[in-house]
Design a protein around this ligand. Structure first.
Ligand code: PLP
Length: 231
């Protein structure tokens, strides 16, 4: 796949079709699943082409990229969604520039974001990233800590907690990948039973989104299947 703008429209239409098919296969309505285009590593021209297709929300995994792209695309009405590991000392930029953080995984970060958001006079949507995979390289809150973490977040009124996010194990074993998604949904269901409101489950990427949709994803984060292979 190339990374030009030419077949962006075709790839976007194709991924929407594949997501819709996965929904129907899972007995779900396509309207239940949102696609978050992940534009990490791709530059303003391609993102502008995506905006021209009607996309206005993009996932990024580095604060530096959000900083550069939000400056270059300031007039395009884009909502930047932070999906990557976030250092506490970058909370200020995120509080200024992002509309949403899906990678909230520790209290220290919640406190830093809250402080900066209070300064900025804003509130943002957040998802709690949970580590459902045993891979050491993956970040996220350990599942056992989720109940107390969600209780502690009630203190921060600038953080509107809407759900959970995870990355599945990178594996060709569908059962293993699916197990990660199933765990996230089970954790959500437990938290809801304890009184939390968590309608959103962000899970699934280009290679595993049908399994995530089968397990209840409300949002899939798609990069390479839309924008092409990353360098
Ligand atoms: C890069 C990335 C994605 C998208 O990955 P693709 O395989 O390109 O679809 C999704 N979620 C996170 C957290 C990412 O960093």
């Amino acid at each position: 796949m190339n990374t030009g703008t030419d077949d962006l429209a075709a790839r976007w239409a194709q991924i929407r079709r594949r997501v819709d098919d996965a929904c129907r296969e899972a007995g779900r309505a396509p309207a239940e699943v949102t696609i978050l285009p992940v534009s990490k590593t791709f530059g303003p021209p391609l993102i502008r082409a995506a905006v021209a297709l009607g996309l206005h929300r993009f996932g990024e995994n580095k604060v530096q990229e959000i900083r550069e792209k939000s400056a270059a695309l300031a007039d395009d009405g884009i909502d930047w969604v932070m999906i990557g590991h976030l250092q506490t000392n970058k909370a200020r930029d995120v509080a200024r520039l992002a509309s949403e953080v899906q990678s909230l995984d520790r209290l220290e970060l919640a406190a830093a974001l809250h402080r900066q958001l209070q300064h900025a006079g804003r509130a943002i949507d957040v998802l709690v990233q949970v580590k459902t995979s045993s891979e050491p390289s993956k970040s996220g809150l350990p599942p056992a800590q989720l109940p107390s973490f969600l209780d502690a977040l009630r203190e921060y009124d600038t953080l509107r907690v809407h759900g959970l996010m995870t990355l599945a194990t990178h594996s060709t074993e569908a059962a293993e990948v699916r197990g990660c998604f199933r765990l996230l949904r089970a954790l959500r269901d437990q938290a809801v039973a304890q009184g939390h409101t968590l309608p959103r489950l962000s899970m699934g990427m280009s290679d595993d989104f049908p399994l995530a949709i089968a397990e209840g994803a409300t949002e899939v984060r798609i990069g390479s299947a839309i924008f092409g292979a990353r360098a």
